[in-house]
Ligand binder design. Structure first.
Ligand code: DAH
Length: 339
């Protein structure tokens, strides 16, 4: 018995196969139920008791060696066929997956395009700002709650340095440096000290608009915004302006559009009112013009500001704001084709 085991072990260690078929035949020869090794196990009962321990061990070793050898040969076929594939230069290359534009960029660009058609250009300003450009020049009284530590990210060492809470800050920079007429959009990222949840984030994006010239009236503001709403959400869209308050505009208003999800009939998105708020606006307060060196007796103007996330939500019904900054391609790749 021991001799037979030795003999088989020798055979097993020198096994070779040219292909998977040959290998399968070897497996059957040695390891199947009627194979040579199984036969030895059957004969085991005839081994003398005092030898059982030693022979049993040898038998098990033989079985493991055969199994290992067969596996080793099998792996060598797998990897050599993979190698062959790798070096097959005639194979077509895998296509390189194209990226897609971020939904917020797509919507921001559409806003910019719509206003470009009525003569609005673009200006940008810094995200790290000072108190004057974010609040002071825009007529915020010193004790105004918007300056509160709860909303604004300040820097401990210097309370004059802060992250802008709105892109209205670019108004103060542009008006101080350019002579009217001014007809510009200010797109950009803004920061607020908010707890992050599905409906609030510590940063988001705005597009601000500013038009300063002689004889600019509230009717001009209304026309410009109505044109925007219909271009953005469809010709059937209605707007309504509700009186509001902003330190930098007088009078001020908030603009709603008829809910484009239910067509104004009422749904959970518009809280069953048929209307959704999309922006703040108003006539630039004469104090702001004067703060920035523009003669408020000669010039007047309007301004408006909207959140890009909000407009995007209305267009695409994104339920969780956090998706915009998580960079999950499964989310991001859905939007470009909708444009
Ligand atoms: N800056 C305002 C905000 O961040 C939005 C805004 C409201 C901008 C009215 C304006 C405006 O230009 O006239 O909430």
């Amino acid at each position: 018995m021991k001799n037979k085991i030795d003999e088989l072990l020798n055979e097993v260690n020198n096994l070779a196969a040219k292909n998977l078929d040959e290998l399968e035949n070897l497996r059957i020869k040695y390891l199947s139920k009627k194979g040579e090794i199984s036969n030895l196990f059957n004969d085991f009962r005839n081994v003398a008791n005092e030898e059982k321990r030693e022979v049993g061990q040898l038998l098990n070793e033989l079985k493991n060696a055969a199994q290992d050898k067969i596996n080793e040969l099998k792996n060598s076929f797998d990897s050599s066929s993979a190698d062959q594939q790798k070096t097959d230069l005639s194979l077509t290359a895998d296509p390189i997956k194209l990226g897609t534009r971020h939904p917020l960029s797509l919507v921001k660009n559409e806003i910019i395009d719509i206003f470009a058609r009525i003569g609005f250009g673009i200006a940008e300003g810094p995200e790290i700002e000072d108190d004057w450009h974010v609040f002071g020049a825009l007529n915020f009284p010193p004790e105004h709650p918007a300056r509160d530590m709860q909303d604004t990210f300040f820097i401990e060492q210097n309370p004059d340095v802060l992250l802008r809470t709105h892109t209205s800050s670019v108004q103060s920079r542009v008006m101080a440096n350019q002579k009217p007429p001014i007809r510009l959009l200010f797109p950009g990222r803004v920061y607020r000290n908010e707890a992050i949840s599905y409906r609030a984030h510590c940063f988001f994006h705005q597009v601000e608009g500013l038009y300063i010239d002689k004889n600019v009236s509230f009717a001009d503001l209304k026309q410009a915004l109505m044109y925007f709403a219909k271009e953005m959400f469809g010709a059937e869209t209605d707007i309504r302006l509700r009186p509001s308050y902003f330190p930098f505009t007088e009078p001020s208003a908030e603009m709603d559009i008829s809910c484009n999800i239910c067509g104004g009939k009422g749904c959970p998105f518009c809280k069953h009112t048929g209307w959704v708020e999309i922006l703040g606006c108003g006539m630039v307060d004469p104090n702001v013009l004067e703060n920035c060196g523009i003669d408020s007796k000669v010039y007047s103007g309007f301004a408006f500001g909207m959140g890009v996330e909000r407009i995007t939500n209305l267009k695409f019904q994104v339920k969780d704001l956090r998706l915009f900054s998580e960079n999950d391609v499964r989310f991001l790749e859905q939007f470009e084709s909708a444009y």
